[in-house]
Design a protein around this ligand. Structure first.
Ligand code: GLN
Length: 544
């Protein structure tokens, strides 16, 4: 008998933003995703970024915030981090596409003659490329694709994307597409009123392009009264029940609950012609109870380079918050500029921390300060967690001060050091040239039994995400091991050092990978959870 393949009907939700940036479109898209998952639907989320960079890998963290890395090694926009933290959707390269990538694809096709000599234009060629990409993501076996459009309505750059999503409704059935628009309803103190005009203008801008929003998420610091909702509904041609108060909340993890208070999930499902169900939000409720009223508190010193720009450490700070949730504790961040630790008496800045973390980074600024932080943690037996560059600093510190390798360094920072304990590895696939390419994405790692790493994960085989060029130099493995360093995580063939630890210390662990990319409030990453719990023990003098 001929096998019948059932083609799943996929629904598409497009999330746009207006009035100004930073209203939390990524969190809104993630929260919608979570609400749908809590209603037993399978979702994925896609981010369309209107800038010309082909991917965000080389973008300055000062301008763009963190580069988020997926399992398949894509360097993506930080919103993908929110998507993975809020939902079970696994992000891959295809979940983030930029205007640069779209144009690049179209130009390549044109060069290959695929347009048969036609004049290649924004409409239909660029818009077709965008729509094909959205559709391809819809083929991943999901019920709903949520698609966030970066930027703000009215930006020149966003136009091809907005045009593509306008057309999209007519390519599929109108009922299969929903437009959600996030806007601002500011509160004006002097007149004690909420103002709807920015929202009206923003929706007008959308409608000029031909998109009539179905749902408005109105970011506001005061609850929208019925009369305000009525007014917005009237001016924007949106049903009054679909004007949603998107209230400012203390934690991003409160957003799904806050939106659901307005009945968002049912409204979305109904409009998409799906069975409206009540999402099960128990797990969000538990997380929020801890976040609002934790039993304990712990201070973590973060020794970094971009301490003024917290967006560049987004996944890291979130993972620490999750580690706190896992211990019923609030994590207070003690941001320490690494360069300040290079000054005389700089160490006093570390004194208030119950645990010290040296995160990933690039370039030599503040390196000696980070190494000082490692030395302090090691000698004073303060729990220490090193991530990527933080592991390099830990290895260098140990080499210099314990293994007698004076002036040890990484070849990223020194050309003259006699002991390059961190170095570029010869490229394994080539002729032995010094490899300069990044190790990106998920790699397996085997853990040594009885190590802190093994205790945290509770298993021998793990996979973690990487983004770095330099590695531990195996030439120094025996010497450092003899001096007391434990190599508790190695690549399966034993060639790459993935985790180092100390034994005569309550919790000193540094990894070559970025565990922060795999943490979520529902499942705090085991290393962050254990780092926070050992910091809590340190705080309570349990180690002294
Ligand atoms: N700069 C270091 C390297 O390239 C570490 C990178 C990181 O911390 N992500 O190897």
């Amino acid at each position: 008998m001929k096998k019948r393949t059932i083609v799943k009907k996929v629904k598409y939700i497009f999330v746009t933003g207006g009035v100004l940036s930073s209203l939390g479109k990524g969190i809104a898209a993630s929260s919608i995703g979570s609400l749908l998952e809590c209603s037993d639907l399978k979702i994925t989320i896609l981010k369309l970024d209107p800038y010309i960079n082909v991917d965000p890998g080389t973008m300055n963290p000062f301008q763009h915030g963190e580069v988020y890395v997926t399992d398949d090694g894509a360097e993506t926009d930080l919103d993908l981090g929110h998507y993975e933290r809020f939902t079970n959707a696994k992000m891959r390269r295809a979940n983030n596409i930029t205007a640069g990538r779209i144009y690049h694809n179209v130009i390549q096709k044109e060069r290959k003659g695929e347009y048969l000599g036609a004049t290649v234009q924004v409409i239909p060629h660029i818009t077709d490329e965008i729509k094909n990409h959205i559709r391809s993501v819809g083929k991943s076996g999901v019920d709903v694709v949520i698609c966030e459009i970066g930027g703000t309505v009215g930006d020149i750059e966003s136009l091809p994307f907005l045009e593509a999503i306008r057309q999209f409704r007519f390519d599929v059935k109108p009922k299969d597409v929903l437009y959600v628009h996030l806007t601002l309803v500011p509160y004006i103190k002097t007149s004690d009123e909420l103002k709807t005009k920015p929202t009206q203008h923003s929706v007008q801008k959308l409608r000029e392009i031909g998109i009539q929003p179905d749902v408005l998420l109105c970011r506001t610091e005061r609850k929208l009264s019925n009369s305000i909702k009525e007014k917005i509904a009237l001016f924007c041609s949106v049903e009054e029940t679909s004007v949603i108060t998107a209230m400012d909340v203390a934690s991003i993890y409160e957003v799904p609950l806050s939106l659901e208070k307005e009945g968002l999930c049912k409204i979305i499902l109904k409009k998409l012609g799906m069975k409206p169900t009540q999402p099960n939000l128990e797990r969000w409720q538990t997380i929020n109870q801890i976040l609002i009223k934790p039993e304990k508190e712990v201070r973590i010193g973060i020794v970094g380079k971009y301490v003024d720009l917290k967006e560049s450490y987004k996944s890291l700070t979130e993972a620490l918050i999750h580690g706190g949730v896992g211990n019923n504790a609030r994590v207070i961040f003690n941001w320490i500029d690494a360069e300040d630790l290079e000054k005389e008496n700089g160490q006093v800045l570390l004194a208030k921390s119950d645990g010290i973390l040296v995160p990933g980074g690039f370039g030599d600024r503040g390196i000696e300060g980070k190494i000082n932080a490692v030395q302090y943690s090691r000698e004073k037996k303060v729990p220490f967690f090193g991530i990527c560059l933080g592991m390099h600093c830990a290895a260098i510190e140990f080499a210099r001060h314990v293994a007698n390798l004076k002036n040890a360094n990484s070849s990223e920072f020194s050309k003259t050091s006699p002991y390059l304990v961190i170095d570029l590895l010869p490229d394994q696939d080539s002729t032995g040239d010094k490899g300069g390419t990044m190790r990106l994405g998920e790699y397996p790692c085997q853990l040594r039994k009885n190590s802190n790493a093994y205790k945290a994960y509770g298993k021998r085989e793990i996979e973690e995400r990487h983004r770095h060029r330099y590695e531990f130099n195996n030439m120094y493995r025996i010497q450092m091991e003899e001096a007391g360093l434990v190599f508790s995580g190695l690549s399966p063939n034993g060639n790459l050092v993935e985790i180092i630890e100390l034994t005569d210390h309550p919790w000193f662990l540094a990894g070559q990978f970025h565990p922060e990319f795999k943490s979520s409030p529902m499942i705090p990453h085991p290393l962050f959870r254990d780092f926070v719990s050992s910091s809590l023990k340190y705080k309570n003098n349990n180690y002294k």
